[in-house]
Design a protein around this ligand. Structure first.
Ligand SMILES: Cc1cc2nc3c(=O)[nH]c(=O)nc-3n(C[C@H](O)[C@H](O)[C@H](O)COP(=O)(O)O)c2cc1C
Length: 312
């Protein structure tokens, strides 16, 4: 298994696979299906200062190759998560990526300070990119200066490495990545969902109560690959890549694009065993590709060839 190990700031992973935030809850449901210790890490659902009920239903809709969601950051609040949810995961050998969200810089700082002090939390993942909350969220994720200012403040109160999760809903993703790197981010997670919408032909109205939602799943994979390829050449901090991963080949593609670890989101809803299945398939795939260690793949699509840089 050593050939799958990867190391990122704060994350020593036995393999590069983790469930993506919001698609794994706090692990309870999946713990009944497989041994969570097989995972490289786990990103838990976003935590906010207070408990949130989320948006009104309907808040998910299927699409031909993915789904739309407008959950709206439903969670029991940071204190409950630290007291009730994290202890449940204690018996597993599982680095925890604590996803945090808020409406103001102060909110983020409060959650970051609390979460980073928890002994089970390995790193923070700053969700500046949730497209489904009216207040806050989206502005942090679409303006480079605002994202950098938030990163700096969170870094100042956090005792653990901070990964910033970027929104794909921007014109220049590399500019966002450079801004948060310069503000002290230890890593980048990308991508979050793409803003989308569906309309019901019977009612002639938007299907989601929130009208718009975030598109995820196989439909967004090429967007994620392009953005990771671009960002990984623009910054020197590592990337946790995600967006439509649903098989071991996808993981290789993300790593060749420049990801150092890979998160699996929507595919967990299609097949709850997808993460352990991918992990068990990776060694054979590396064998076929004549790759002795998975980290050799990171950035392989641009590292050895002349690809014009799209930034800097
Ligand atoms: C139902 C649902 C809930 C999500 N909740 C969160 C969240 O709380 N925090 C976050 O940063 N991303 C959240 N995401 C985004 C995923 O973590 C991931 O970035 C995105 O879905 C792209 O990956 P995928 O195509 O593999 O799903 C959520 C996605 C889905 C589908």
């Amino acid at each position: 298994m050593k050939r799958l190990e990867v190391s990122l700031p704060g994350l020593k992973m036995k393999n590069p696979i983790m469930p993506a935030s919001g698609c794994f809850g706090f692990g309870r449901e999946y713990a009944g299906l497989y041994d969570l210790s097989v995972l490289g890490a786990a990103a838990i659902k976003a935590a906010t200062v207070e408990a949130r009920f989320g948006n009104p239903t309907p808040r998910v809709a299927e699409t031909h190759s993915g789904m739309l969601n407008a959950i709206g950051l439903q969670n029991p609040g940071v204190d409950q998560i630290m007291e009730k949810e994290l202890p449940f995961l204690k018996s597993y050998d599982l680095p925890i990526v604590a996803n945090i969200a808020g409406s103001t810089e102060e909110d983020y700082c409060e959650v970051a300070e609390k979460m980073s002090s928890h002994p089970q939390v390995s790193v923070l993942e700053l969700n500046i990119s949730c497209p489904n909350v009216k207040e806050g969220g989206i502005q942090f994720g679409t303006d480079a200066r605002t994202a950098a200012a938030l990163t700096k403040r969170v870094k100042a109160v956090s005792s653990k490495p901070v990964y910033v999760k970027l929104s794909p809903n921007v014109a220049n993703i590399a500019e966002m990545a450079i801004a948060v790197e310069e503000a002290g981010a230890d890593g980048i997670s990308m991508i979050n969902t793409l803003l989308g919408m569906r309309i019901d032909l019977k009612t002639r109205k938007p299907i989601l109560a929130n009208k718009t939602g975030g598109l995820s799943g196989p439909a967004i994979k090429p967007v994620a690959i392009r953005m990771i390829h671009e960002v990984s050449q623009a910054v020197s901090i590592p990337i946790i890549g995600m967006g439509g991963v649903s098989c071991a080949e996808d993981v290789i593609e993300f790593m060749l694009a420049g990801a150092s670890a890979v998160a699996v989101g929507t595919a967990n809803f299609v097949d709850p065993f997808i993460c352990p299945d991918i992990i068990s398939q990776l060694p054979e795939l590396l064998e076929k590709m004549n790759v002795s260690h998975i980290r050799e793949l990171i950035g392989g699509s641009w590292r050895e060839c002349e690809v014009p840089s799209l930034s800097r």
